[in-house]
Design a protein around this ligand. Structure first.
Ligand code: XMP
Length: 514
């Protein structure tokens, strides 16, 4: 199959490059720099990613065949600097650091810049710059500060850009990637249907005559991952399990189980572990501790269940809905250098690590983004309301209750959250918001109701818009709806006497409060 090879030098954006090429209907394969470059006619072009290193300190090896002249190559950021250094040019730490949006002047007639303006806005993120250009290369774009922004070989189709065409902050970045693919003569026939078939083939190749256990929360990621296993392997080889942690929203587990069973997951196993979770969280207030306890308990329950089903062997795989963004936030993305922001239990747990090392984990969504998971879900005929459910974190309401999780607090938060979501749905806003939820702040505030002084707790309302959960803006909800939600929560939920609105974007905030 025709493909573009992406050599990954550890950039946070490597998967984003792959995603952009999928949008342009081209199949990609990501490899690490030590990978020998195969002489393979199906490789139509090569992209060298960015990376956190500096060519002054970390000069990654590169198979000499990559720059052999015939195959088109595009180096991005570190990738461009590497091309320059490997061809006897120099890259140095520059006093002129360029971070964020910059204006550049380009050589408009250059095929890589076809359709662009003489002046373009691009997104840069570099401290090093080209100081001496490699022989046989020429500069095709400069920033307003005179820094080399793009280069090209004088004979071969080898290009380099200092900026990131793959991010949306480079408005015409898509066009540059599109131009590169045209130079590679790609036939552009990679469709979402093929993405789906490819994922299923990978599952089949891996599991062969084994079987799969899958934890299904009811969220789109684990639901799509499990249905992919069903389609790839047949229902008899897949054992889906739903664990009610008691940390779900109002009536959620019951509805999820009914819905999934009625849509084909007939053998879905249901485990009510709500008491066990609540007991294990007694007296715990620290966010990472809560996450760890919940993650460990999920795994213990899974282990117990596997023992009961007598499937603790080397032929039983664990399927998870892990997304690429979960891996990045847990410091395990392609870049492997990302800091751990929050430990997602499906990524950072010794049990999962051990299974991963043994090759016993199936993560069908690990190379794609949430919106692509939704497209795959829709292509498989999963109903709209399952595919478009707002994301809900594995640790559930426990990370939306600040402080200790108790039965009372769970009930309070559930009641407030249900009212909030109900009003958002009634206003027709649910599908336009990435995620909306209530948070319980267990601090006391003073109020007055019926001429009486009250003391109650505070509910914070959060609603964000986002493309992938990596960054987010707070949503502008109409004041009329906010007013209605506030009145209903205070009137209908005991112990709450104040409602506040969270207007923080990510970064600097995160979407969840813990
Ligand atoms: P944050 O709070 O990190 O959230 O900005 C980004 C997205 O990830 C979800 N989230 C989780 N999902 N397990 C999950 O499955 C987790 O531990 C977890 N923590 C956060 C969050 O709801 C948002 O959509």
């Amino acid at each position: 199959m025709e493909k573009i090879l992406i050599i990954d030098f550890g950039s946070q954006y490597t998967q984003l490059i792959a995603r952009r090429l999928r949008e342009l209907k081209v199949f990609t394969k990501i490899v690490d720099p030590h990978h020998p470059y195969p002489i393979d006619p199906t490789i139509k072009g090569i992209i060298l990613s960015g990376g956190p290193g500096s060519t002054e300190e970390t000069l990654h090896p590169l198979d000499p065949n990559v720059l052999n002249g015939k195959t088109p190559v595009l180096g991005i950021c570190y990738g461009m600097q590497l091309i320059n250094v490997l061809n006897k040019g120099r890259v140095e730490s520059s006093p002129l650091k360029e971070y964020g949006k910059q204006r550049i002047s380009i050589e408009k007639s250059n095929p890589i810049f076809k359709g662009l303006n003489e002046e373009e806005v691009v997104w840069m993120s570099h401290g090093d710059s080209i100081s001496d250009l490699a022989p046989n290369y020429r500069v095709t774009a400069r920033s307003h500060d005179g820094v080399v922004a793009a280069i090209q070989h004088q004979q071969f189709p080898h290009f380099g850009v200092q900026f990131h065409p793959e991010v949306t902050h480079t408005p015409n970045g898509h066009q540059i990637l599109d131009n590169f693919l045209s130079l590679c003569c790609c036939s552009r026939d990679w469709t979402p249907h093929q993405v789906l078939e490819n994922i299923k083939k990978e599952i089949r190749d891996k599991v062969q005559n084994g079987r799969v256990i899958s934890l299904v929360s009811g969220g789109v990621d684990s639901t799509v991952a499990t249905f992919l296993c069903y389609e790839a392997l047949g229902p008899e080889k897949v054992i889906p399990i739903h664990v009610d942690s008691g940390l779900m929203r109002h009536n959620e587990s019951k509805q999820v189980v009914e819905l999934l069973r009625s849509h084909g997951m007939k053998n879905l196993d249901f485990i009510d572990a709500s008491e066990e979770f609540l007991n294990s969280l007694t007296g715990i207030s620290e966010p990472e501790k809560k996450r760890q306890i919940i993650g460990d308990l999920f795994i213990q329950i899974l282990d117990r269940e596997m023992a009961k089903l007598k499937v603790q062997d080397e032929k039983t795989y664990l399927c998870q809905g892990t997304l690429y963004t979960d891996l990045i936030e847990s410091g395990k993305g392609c870049g492997k250098k990302a800091a751990v922001i929050k430990s997602h239990h499906n990524v950072n747990s010794p049990f999962v690590d051990e299974k991963r090392q043994k090759g016993l984990i199936i993560e069908p969504n690990a190379q794609i983004f949430k919106d692509e998971v939704r497209s795959v879900g829709e292509a498989m005929g999963i109903p709209h309301h399952l595919v478009w459910r707002h994301p809900f974190p594995g640790p559930g309401l426990a990370i939306r209750i600040m402080g200790e999780v108790t039965k009372d607090r769970l009930e309070t938060l559930r009641a407030a959250d249900e009212i909030y979501i109900d009003e958002i749905r009634k206003a027709g806003l649910y599908d336009h918001i990435w995620q909306a939820f209530a948070v319980l702040l267990p601090i006391s505030t003073v109020g007055v109701m019926g001429d009486q002084r009250t003391e109650g707790h505070v509910i914070a309302l959060r609603a964000v818009s986002s493309a992938d959960g990596m960054t987010a803006d707070f949503s502008n909800l109409p004041h009329e709806i906010l007013g209605r939600v506030s009145t209903r929560i205070i009137n209908e939920v005991p112990r709450i006497n104040r409602v506040v609105l969270d207007v923080t974007s990510k970064p600097p905030g995160t979407i969840e409060w813990e």
